[in-house]
Design a protein around this ligand. Structure first.
Ligand code: NAP
Length: 436
């Protein structure tokens, strides 16, 4: 029996250890020889349409050796994150540059194929000699923060570590594959009431949103805070909305269609702004109309603005935050060259907070909320691994809501659920809200 078959059949740890690790495995990857196929975008912009279906391939890649602090995970399911879209567009820089840099200390990563993907659920099938807390057969989800724990600052906040990397973006051997290599410090227990694909889709976006909103390094949301969230039914935003509600805040969600507005209301988000009512959000007149709409609905300005949309929205974000409020940002989907009127920042004593990913503790905290049934997956569609490029294209073109999942070794949807009682208590309507 192959190792993949053993995992699919739910083999026990002894059987998993008897099955041989294959020399190659199937994975969604980009190729070094194709860097440059789309040309370069003008500085700070997205440029022309760089269709990721042309650059993202699924095929066999070599299986790497395991380092002592790593585990090999048989991936049951994964999910698309925007970083896979960036990698497959070779923007803002080709991710092979990250692999080259990492390759100076760990040559295994510097290959002509880059296996992408920063989320996964699966089963531990091998572990390195230094791994103590995790065992073959454990059912896990992965955190995307790939950190060398020998850096002292990593023990304060691993996101400050000099060598912090996003797994499957700045490292090789990511999650959109049959197998993935992760550090033991990326592992968390799989929430038992979720299917493989529901469990796989959460960690990167939920943990990033958690650090931005709740964590001591982010905007430290308080009960009753009004929080404006861009892309409120997108990957990050839909976890953001849930975290705001769960923490006693008042979410104001921004979306771009009536259907998304309905979905947002279905999540219990009472205040919704359709950004298509504000043609260009890049001048002060539009910011003022946008701010007036938020104030008309909620009666006050947001204490926190949850930003990741970048160039096209940042000026409005700085403008609408209340006096003393903050704009917390982790990305720039519409371009990273932001412009805003600094008078609104300094005169109103606002703060801009940069945030990136989440440390292991923050990941564990949000994974616990998911396992308790307080925060739910936002999975809307699932593709087989062969169609990973179509899944990434759906995210690239903003056709999706919530998260787009990818089945890797899982032989179908809705498998891997262990705690049916919790599932029943939460209700399928809440767990599958984004699938309708
Ligand atoms: P996503 O699933 O594509 O969602 C983004 C949402 O933003 C969309 O649903 C869309 O909603 C909205 N949007 C897109 N373009 C917009 C524009 N020009 N103006 C206003 N809203 C716009 O992506 P995601 O997973 O949430 O990620 C969002 C960004 O955050 C990406 O750039 C990603 O790289 C970054 N990110 C960073 C980190 C980190 O750790 N630093 C982690 C996760 C994500 P509507 O069309 O409904 O408005």
């Amino acid at each position: 029996m192959t190792l993949a078959q053993a995992v699919i059949e739910g083999a026990d740890p002894e059987e998993l250890l008897r099955a041989e690790v294959p020399p190659v495995y199937r994975a969604a990857h980009i190729r070094r020889e194709e860097v440059g196929m789309f040309g370069r975008a003008p500085h700070g912009t997205m440029g022309v349409d760089k269709d990721v279906r042309r650059s993202l391939h699924v095929g066999e890649v070599p299986m790497p050796e395991l380092a002592p602090d790593e585990v090999l995970v048989a991936v049951m399911a994964s999910a698309i994150n925007f970083n896979t879209v960036w990698s497959a567009m070779f923007e803002p820089i080709p991710t092979f540059a990250f692999l080259e840099r990492l390759g100076r200390s760990d040559p295994r990563h510097d290959l002509d194929t880059h296996v992408l993907g920063s989320d996964a659920s699966g089963v531990v099938v091998r572990k390195g000699a230094a791994v103590r807390q995790w065992h073959v057969g454990d059912r896990v989800v992965t955190s995307p923060a790939y950190v060398d724990s020998e850096d002292p600052v990593a023990h304060h906040d691993s996101m400050l570590a000099a060598d912090l990397r996003a797994w499957g973006f700045e490292t090789n051997f990511g999650g959109l594959a049959e197998f993935a290599v992760v550090k033991a410090t990326q592992l968390l227990p799989k929430p038992r009431h979720l299917s493989w694909e529901e469990a796989a889709c959460n960690m990167l976006c939920a943990s990033t949103a958690y650090r931005m909103l709740v964590g001591e390094h982010g905007s430290r949301m308080k009960q009753g805070d009004v929080v404006l969230l861009w892309g409120a039914t997108g990957g990050l935003g839909a976890y953001g909305v849930q975290l705001v509600r769960n923490g006693g805040g008042i979410p104001v969600g921004v979306v771009s269609s009536r259907e998304k507005a309905e979905l947002l209301r279905g999540m219990g988000c009472e205040y919704v702004v359709d950004r298509t009512d504000f043609e260009h959000l890049d001048d002060e007149k539009a910011w003022r109309r946008f701010g007036a709409e938020v104030r008309r609905q909620v009666g006050e300005d947001p204490a926190i603005v949850f930003e990741h949309t970048g160039r096209e929205t940042f000026g409005a974000s700085v403008y609408v935050a209340k006096k003393g409020g903050s704009v917390v940002t982790c990305g720039s989907s519409s371009g990273f060259d932001h412009a805003y009127d600094n008078r609104h920042l300094w005169m109103k004593l606002k703060r801009i907070i940069g945030s990136h990913g989440a440390n292991y503790q923050e990941c564990a905290e949000v994974n616990r909320l998911i396992a308790l049934g307080a925060i739910h997956p936002t999975l809307s569609r699932v593709y087989p691994l062969e169609r990973a490029a179509d899944a990434a294209r759906a995210v690239q073109t903003n056709e999706h809501v919530g998260k787009v999942g990818v089945l890797c070794l899982a032989q179908g949807e809705d498998l891997g659920i262990e705690d049916h009682a919790l599932r029943e208590r939460i209700g399928e309507d809440r767990l599958r809200l984004f699938r309708s």
